[in-house]
Write a protein that binds this ligand. Structure first.
Ligand code: SF4
Length: 493
């Protein structure tokens, strides 16, 4: 008697994986240990959990199908409800067909004899790849005999504003995708059979490509890329704003073999020249001229913000970037620099205190300088709109905002920036000792994680103090970096 291959159960997410890349599905089932850790996964999971729980809470007469003691029991419980006239919402209805098991976020009675299906997402709109998710759910539900009359992605409505504490009525909006899912449903049996055949076979030989990042960054990228021959040291992909795509399509991957005469974009030509020659592009006079009109005292300003999917503070919208911290280095014409900062880690709405600190700490005259400064300007104007009594001072401050990024982009390029003018890419090329590597908080994403951790109820005083120090060091470094960069651009270092 020969062993029959074990039939692997499939799920919505496994089918999504298969559709992105057969090899990804195969690796996830047979070589899961090769997956790289996804640093943002925990925060995304927490957001998804919060959003999902709230979607359920807004339907208080709903019934949750628990996954305990096992999914077979969940299927049985779901069937018992569906086939015995249950007439209230069901959460995590668990159904299966042809070895594909799905848990449907929300089933709501449609008022006739069918059900409205909703998949809850923390995005602010339905995305193309959601259609495939919904198609799998619909395919299983229909084949399991559940009459589905409509099916939607239930996403966050970005126009929602929290007006009363705990009142989230209106936070979600449904985008019906039933019609869009039909063509995919029609081919689902074949897709499932193909996924199963892939799993039963040897590791697919799929080569890495654009599909490795869409719709999701693949956790096996390290494994797959390690198997490729090493690429050139300076690939065409360092050309910014997708400038390398045209060359890749022609089979040219090494920037050194690109004909400079064919580069019609001035920035691409500059990046090419600096990379091939190894010489820094630096227009000192251009940089000085661009900054000459920035009046003193100059305030070098940087915000750190947090954007919760589910707004926590009255007057806030979903994902609104609320400033919880800023750093301001104030520089006189003589070169004296004083540092000011604001940081709120008590979990209360930081906006009022932030607005007051800005008005108090930022001089009433002189340029206010940011890096990609439309962000700083936008936050200041939002604070002005939220606090009318501070609006005059904040609006005047916003009118004095100027931007160091375009000055840098136009007047400096070192090949080690590898096509990026982010301050973290530029700074080490101007001042090698000023990198971010030694900081605990190294970028905006980790600042947000630090903030979320610090305001959590279970954060100890000791840990909060450590996070406080790490956040201050990071944000302060950003504004200090701008001063050093501006001096470097002006030839004053
Ligand atoms: S890295 Fe790309 S090729 Fe490799 S499994 Fe992932 S999606 Fe497939």
């Amino acid at each position: 008697m020969t062993d029959r291959p074990r039939r692997v159960g499939l799920s919505k997410s496994k089918i999504t994986m298969f559709e992105q890349c057969p090899k990804r599905l195969w690796l996830s089932v047979h070589r899961g240990e090769l997956a790289e850790q996804d640093e943002g996964a925990e925060a995304r999971f927490a957001t998804g959990h919060e959003v999902g729980a709230l979607a359920c809470a807004l339907l208080p007469d709903g019934v949750m199908i628990e996954a305990e003691p096992d999914l077979a029991a969940a299927v049985a419980t779901t069937q018992a409800l569906l086939y015995n006239g249950h007439d209230r919402p069901i959460f995590e209805a668990t159904l299966q067909h042809d070895g594909v098991l799905v848990r449907i976020d929300v089933l709501e009675p449609d008022g006739a004899s069918g059900w409205h299906m909703a998949e809850v997402k923390s995005s602010t709109k339905a995305k193309d790849y959601h259609v495939g998710d919904l198609a799998t759910q619909l395919w299983v539900a229909r084949n399991a005999g559940v009459p589905i009359s409509s099916a939607a992605i239930r996403h966050i409505d970005s126009s929602f504003i929290l007006e009363r504490e705990g009142d989230f009525d209106g936070l979600f909006a449904d985008t019906d995708l039933m019609a869009a899912a039909e063509p995919i449903i029609a081919g689902r049996s074949e897709t499932v059979a193909a996924a199963r055949a892939t799993l039963a076979g040897a590791e697919p030989g799929t080569a890495p490509g654009a599909h490795c990042d869409a719709p999701f960054p693949c956790e096996f990228a390290g494994y797959c890329h390690a198997a490729l021959p090493a690429g050139p040291e300076w690939p065409v992909t360092v050309l910014p704003h997708g400038g390398g795509k045209r060359w890749v399509e022609q089979g040219i991957v090494d920037l050194f073999v690109v004909d400079p005469a064919a580069l019609t974009n001035a920035t691409h030509a500059r990046v090419h020249r600096a990379t091939v020659s190894g010489e820094v592009y630096h227009d000192v006079e251009g940089a000085r001229a661009a900054m000459a009109g920035w009046a003193f005292p100059r305030t070098w300003l940087d915000f750190e913000t947090i954007g919760f999917a589910v707004p926590r503070w009255i007057g806030a919208r979903p994902y609104q970037q609320v400033p919880f911290q800023f750093s301001a280095h104030v520089e006189t014409e003589e070169g004296a620099v004083t540092h000011h900062e604001f940081l709120s880690l008590d979990g209360s709405d930081p906006r009022r205190a932030c607005a007051e600190a800005l008005v108090e700490m930022v001089p009433q005259t002189g340029a206010v300088i940011g890096y990609n400064a439309s962000f700083e300007k936008g936050r200041i104007l939002e604070l002005a709109a939220a606090f009318p009594e501070l609006a005059d001072a904040l609006t005047a401050m916003a009118a004095r905002v100027v931007d160091l990024l375009p000055v840098t982009r136009a007047n400096w390029y070192h090949r080690d920036q590898r096509g990026s003018w982010s301050i973290k890419a530029v700074l080490p090329t101007v001042a090698a000792d000023m990198d971010y590597a030694a900081l605990e908080v190294k970028d905006g994403g980790s600042a947000q994680e630090a903030y979320a951790e610090a305001i959590a109820a279970d954060c100890t005083a000791e840990r909060r103090a450590a996070l406080d120090a790490a956040l201050r060091a990071y944000c302060g470094r950003d504004t200090e970096a701008m001063i050093v960069l501006a001096r470097g651009l002006s030839g004053a270092l």
